[in-house]
Design a protein around this ligand. Sequence first.
Ligand SMILES: Cc1cc2nc3c(=O)[nH]c(=O)nc-3n(C[C@H](O)[C@H](O)[C@H](O)COP(=O)(O)OP(=O)(O)OC[C@H]3O[C@@H](n4cnc5c(N)ncnc54)[C@H](O)[C@@H]3O)c2cc1C
Length: 412
Amino acid sequence: MASIAIVGAGLSGLRCATLLQASGHDVEVFDRASIIGGRMRTDEVDGFLLDHGFHVMQTAYPTSQRAFDFKAMGALAFEPGAVLVQNKKNRSKFWTMADPFRRPFQGVMSGLNRFASPFDLFRVARLRFAVRRGKQADVFHGNNATSKEYLLNRGFSSAMIERFFHPLFSGIFLEDELRTNERMFRFVFRMMSEGDMVLPEGGIAAAPMQLAQRLGDDRIHLNSAVTVIDDTTVDIDGQLRTFDAVVRAFNPHQSKEKRHVWTLHFAATTSPLKSKHVLLNADVKIKNGLIAHLAVPSDVQPTYAPVSKSLVTITVVGERADALGLLDAASVELAVREEASRWFPEASEDWNLLATQHIEHALPEVGPEVTLLSDRRSTGFECGDHTLHGSVEGALRSAESVAQAVDAHLRG
Ligand SMILES: Cc1cc2nc3c(=O)[nH]c(=O)nc-3n(C[C@H](O)[C@H](O)[C@H](O)COP(=O)(O)OP(=O)(O)OC[C@H]3O[C@@H](n4cnc5c(N)ncnc54)[C@H](O)[C@@H]3O)c2cc1C
């Protein structure tokens, strides 16, 4: 039995640890934080579950299907598609954009007809066909242009890009230009069209928790800041320890990652939405708006709010707030209330702010300069989403491949 230290109890570290433990190794996980989960955390505030940033699990991710038991998590799904909101003079208009392939009886993207041409609708169908063709790894082949260039090359109108793709994908990539590598766009679009976006009963933290439970509490050491000395030695809070192998499950350059996001959680007496969709702000780019999207997690997963209350979660991409000169929590909150109250008048006074989260260094930069691959680039024992791409799939896939490499190395 070989001894292995895993530094980082985020999703990648925990997944790598469970796999190596299942292969018969003696695994210990160290994290400098006081709780597990890394970027996947949930706080409980006044009976509400507040995830750190709006965060969903995608049931179509192949690694998630292997790693998690969604049923045991009590995961419940958003409706496919989205609701779009657009301000017209003094009124706001809402359109439901049902996914015509999975909810054919809810109308074929009726909302999009307001600003997208029939050609755009046809292009969505073609895009869907193109990204779903072949193996999943195929979406990581081809060009490395930006997502925006990709959409323009596929012939989408700028109205369609700015009113639909921008609010949706800027809120996923956490950047305001759609500069993320087109391979990532194709991957996410494919996953969204193949599976559901779900929320676990216990909040997003239930995902790392499920992995940690398999490992056992005695295998995880929190409040332990580690410096990796070499492939077998670590310094844990000033004490040197030697293992047969050391895995780095953290991004050593995370403090340089620029993508950041503001997430505001409000308690409301009733849900402002009539369906279990995410609401996209179709004006965010065209009219210099602020909010990318709004969701009501408690409509989907009732555990997110106490009985007869609703949790409203609003996402503001950090670069958008920066561009508008909104640099602190108070000014972001003021501007969010102002914008949201144009859609829902009760937002100005009746919504009670539960938390404003500013999540810095949220995701790794994966622009056109990075050739994204479907598998890990690095050959060392380092995993995490930064070694592949910023997503649960990136974190888990890299963990699986490092676990295999470590196991093979230890077995000679
Ligand atoms: C706001 C937000 C929303 C997101 N939404 C989604 C989504 O909807 N869908 C999706 O697929 N992905 C989403 N993601 C991305 C996803 O959360 C991450 O890709 C994933 O959690 C990364 O896991 P990780 O293990 O690679 O890194 P991390 O979670 O960052 O874990 C690294 C761990 O290492 C620890 N550590 C670092 N240095 C040391 C040290 N020296 N000693 C000890 N411990 C150390 C840290 O404390 C941390 O716990 C989102 C991310 C954010 C921030």
